[in-house]
Design a protein around this ligand. Structure first.
Ligand SMILES: [Fe+2]
Ligand SMILES: [Fe+2]
Length: 284
């Protein structure tokens, strides 16, 4: 294997630690519309959650495949931290997804996870190990920019019901901490720009199709097709100006730059800020 010797354009700030933390969120008394009392926002993140357990296991495997190419001790520790954090996220989102089933969304939760598993199995079969690592690096960019969106706008997290707020804040913090790990590894072992971008765009399309399908399935379960105004309001909160997704588009596009690196955007101050808030019980 030929290692990429090009110079990195940024790197993780040294004070950012990638340390897995076992959580055991209970998810008691979660309202159906736990995000801003809005069905579209809540179900969009529910649909995303259905992809996490198997998706993050795939991330871990794709990184594990190449970890022996890294000889630097600090980088090895980062990779171990990444693997540990993603494993913990899988567990907690498994539990979150089981909670959705108890809310009455059994068919959507189980069917959605089965479809995510199927997609991922196809990816594992059809993509080379390097392409799988490129998919992980690309999808990690998406989770990192969504995490930044949540952490950088306290009003958004305020709108998340306290019964699930810690899950989303904790996950967003850790996605920020380890946002460069898969990317750095991909750059080390190949750095091929065309593959990185092609796989990123394909993975984005697959994720967007999946979340659209399952957001719609949850909404249909709630018979929201009979309440078009409520849905339109939710769609505006998702895609409109100052909505959840529109402000992340410029950051999304940054990934297309040949000299891109996740830590060109140093948002590590948010990590400290939110870790302190989470460490204070019931203060988040
Ligand atoms: Fe994660
Ligand atoms: Fe991640």
């Amino acid at each position: 294997m030929v290692l990429n010797t090009r110079k990195k354009t940024a790197s993780k700030p040294v004070h950012v630690q990638i340390t897995p933390q076992r959580q055991d969120f209970g998810f008691a008394d979660v309202p159906r519309y736990w995000f801003d009392n809005d069905p579209v926002l809540s179900h969009f993140l529910n649909a995303l959650s259905l992809t996490f357990p198997d998706g993050e296991r795939m991330f871990v495997d794709s990184v594990r495949e190449f970890r022996d190419t890294v000889t630097d001790k600090a980088r090895q520790q980062e990779i171990s931290g990444f693997i540990g954090q993603e494993a913990m996220h899988s567990l907690e989102h498994d539990s979150f997804n089981r909670m959705l089933a108890t809310q009455g969304y059994k068919e959507e939760a189980e069917g959605g996870q089965a479809l995510a598993q199927k997609f991922i199995a196809i990816g594992r079969k059809r993509l080379s190990k390097l392409q799988q690592l490129a998919a992980t690096a690309g999808l990690e960019h998406i989770t990192a920019i969504l995490a930044h969106r949540l952490l950088s706008d306290p009003a958004l997290l305020e709108k998340i019901d306290p019964s699930v707020r810690d899950l989303w804040a904790w996950h967003a913090i850790e996605e920020t901490e380890h946002k460069g790990v898969a990317y750095d590894l991909y750059q080390d072992v190949s750095g091929d720009y065309a593959t990185r971008v092609r796989i990123f765009l394909s993975a984005s399309f697959a994720l967007a199709s999946y979340t659209t399908t399952y957001t719609a399935a949850f909404l249909k379960h709630d018979k929201m097709h009979r309440r078009p105004l409520k849905v339109a309001k939710g769609l505006w909160k998702l895609f409109g100006i100052n909505g959840l997704l529109l402000p992340v588009i410029p950051e999304y596009l940054q990934y297309l730059r040949p000299d891109f690196h996740p830590w060109q955007h140093d948002n590590s101050a948010l990590i400290n800020e939110w870790r302190q808030i989470l460490d204070q019980p019931a203060a988040a």
